[in-house]
Design a protein around this ligand. Structure first.
Ligand SMILES: [Zn+2]
Length: 466
């Protein structure tokens, strides 16, 4: 009995110590919070706002912290869309690491929110405000940690570059990463990059996994059109633009691209097999081993898993006809595809043509699809991420992921800089509010992520393991 009490006491002491390790020192917490607040309160919505004030505010802080002006760059595609790049010099033994975050946010309207989206609010254990999740938490932590490394006199074995960039959300001509790659590549050239869109998943506060994003799907939008000479609706003919289009879309609705895991998603499903229970766990293991029947059941079990296993294409917009009493001269639709990185544009186009099976339906790609390869599952990165994850949150696995959305990682990967989404901020699976109303991040999760990224970057830059 006594023996048991001693063990329990030891266990409690170990838990308390582990919890403390996740919290940065008071001074570092205060600094990160101050930077975070400043960033959230600058209106950097990608259509109405500007990222330049964020870049300038950060540049001022870095200079005050002793970073030479020569190591700080502020500039970009337009006067309001500036990016910030700062270099913290290491010994140069290895090529640099790039730490990326975007400073623009999705627009937010006061009337849609329960509080002002551009007033940084701490309430009930959460930080609220536009960008608290996507992506100013990571931007603030990169800067706070960089200042801390300098203050602590840390000498990395490679340069640490932080780039805070414009217009990830808007895309288009002002995208900061695309602009930097084209105009100032030497500023951000690196052996690898860490970015957004990999976070910790929890359910009701219980941590399930720390996700590491290694690849992302890319987007193709197709404009479908059927044109017809039309005529009076009192004299219908079989050759009707709306019927042609509806038939093609109906066939699309019943079609599914082949299910095919890749290296990243196989690793993801293997990890999920350990997290899930029962029959689905067995199916996830079997899928990772190549069982196609199990693959079908997994795809049916969750829309997320279905989208992880295949390229998807879905009708998202429709237009047609011009009068109630006229045969339609035009019927058109947008089909939005989320494509596995290994599927080429031509493959998707020719597959869809076969599915539509109607020469009256024309297809045109809108814009230029940006496709980036998956980043290799680097052993050094995987082991660093899981070592820091396990040390902070014992028992929580690191799970490699492919995400359905697209980030700036696409541009870097396409330019030959392998990019990994990793944050260490934990979100409840059912409480992801990026781009939505009352966006928030748990106060504790923010500071834990600060510790996580502080330690992860140190490990990746030559610091002896803690
Ligand atoms: Zn984002």
């Amino acid at each position: 009995m006594l023996h048991r009490i001693v063990l329990l006491t030891l266990a409690c002491a170990a838990t308390a110590a582990a919890q403390d390790r996740t919290m940065p020192p008071e001074r570092e917490r205060a600094l990160a919070r101050e930077i975070y607040k400043e960033m959230v309160e600058i209106k950097s919505g990608y259509t109405t706002g500007a990222t330049t004030p964020v870049a300038e505010a950060v540049a001022r802080r870095l200079k005050a912290a002793g970073f030479p002006a020569a190591d700080i760059f502020v500039g970009g595609a337009s006067p309001t869309k500036a990016n910030l790049v700062v270099r913290y010099h290491g010994t140069g033994r290895r090529r640099p690491i790039l730490l990326l975050a975007h400073t623009d946010v999705v627009e937010a309207k006061r009337e849609d929110w329960n509080m002002d989206p551009y007033t940084f609010t701490e309430k009930d254990g959460y930080f609220y405000g536009r960008g608290t999740g996507d992506d100013k938490s990571q931007a603030a932590v990169w800067i706070a940690n960089l200042i801390r490394y300098k203050r602590e006199g840390f000498t990395p074995d490679r340069d640490i570059i932080v780039a805070l960039t414009a217009d990830e959300e808007g895309g288009g001509p002002y995208n900061g990463v695309a602009w930097l790659l084209k105009n100032r590549r030497e500023l951000i050239d690196a052996e690898l990059a860490l970015n957004e869109d990999g976070w910790g998943e929890s359910v009701n506060g219980t941590r399930l996994s720390n996700d590491l994003q290694v690849s992302e799907k890319y987007v193709i939008n197709y404009r479908l059109e059927v044109r017809n000479k039309g005529g009076h609706s009192s004299l219908p003919v079989a050759d009707n633009a709306i019927y042609h289009l509806a038939g093609a879309l109906d066939r699309l609705g019943r079609f599914g691209f082949p299910l095919k895991p890749n290296d990243v998603t196989r690793a993801y499903f293997r990890a999920m097999a350990n997290i899930e229970k029962g029959a689905i766990s067995a199916d996830l293991s079997a899928l990772a081993a190549g069982d196609s029947a199990a693959m079908g059941r997994v795809a049916l079990a969750s829309t997320g898993w279905n989208a992880t296993l295949r390229t998807t294409c879905v009708a998202t917009e429709l237009e047609g006809g011009h009068a109630k009493n006229a045969l339609p001269q035009l019927a058109a639709a947008n089909v939005n595809c989320r494509v596995l990185p290994e599927d080429a544009v031509d493959y998707v186009t020719s597959t869809l043509r076969g599915v539509f099976a109607d020469t009256a339906v024309t297809m045109r790609i809108e814009g230029t699809p940006e496709r980036g390869p998956a980043s290799p599952l680097r052993a050094d990165l995987m082991s660093a991420v899981s070592a820091v994850t396990t040390s902070l949150w014992p028992g929580v696995p690191t799970v490699p992921m492919m995400v359905m959305g697209a980030t700036d990682g696409l541009y870097l990967r396409a330019a030959g800089i392998p990019t990994y989404g990793i944050q260490g901020f934990f979100y409840d699976r059912d409480d992801i509010r990026f781009h939505g109303r009352d966006e928030r991040l748990k106060v504790q999760s923010f500071y834990e992520g600060q510790t996580f990224l502080y330690e992860l970057v140190k490990r990746l830059t030559g610091a002896p393991s803690a």
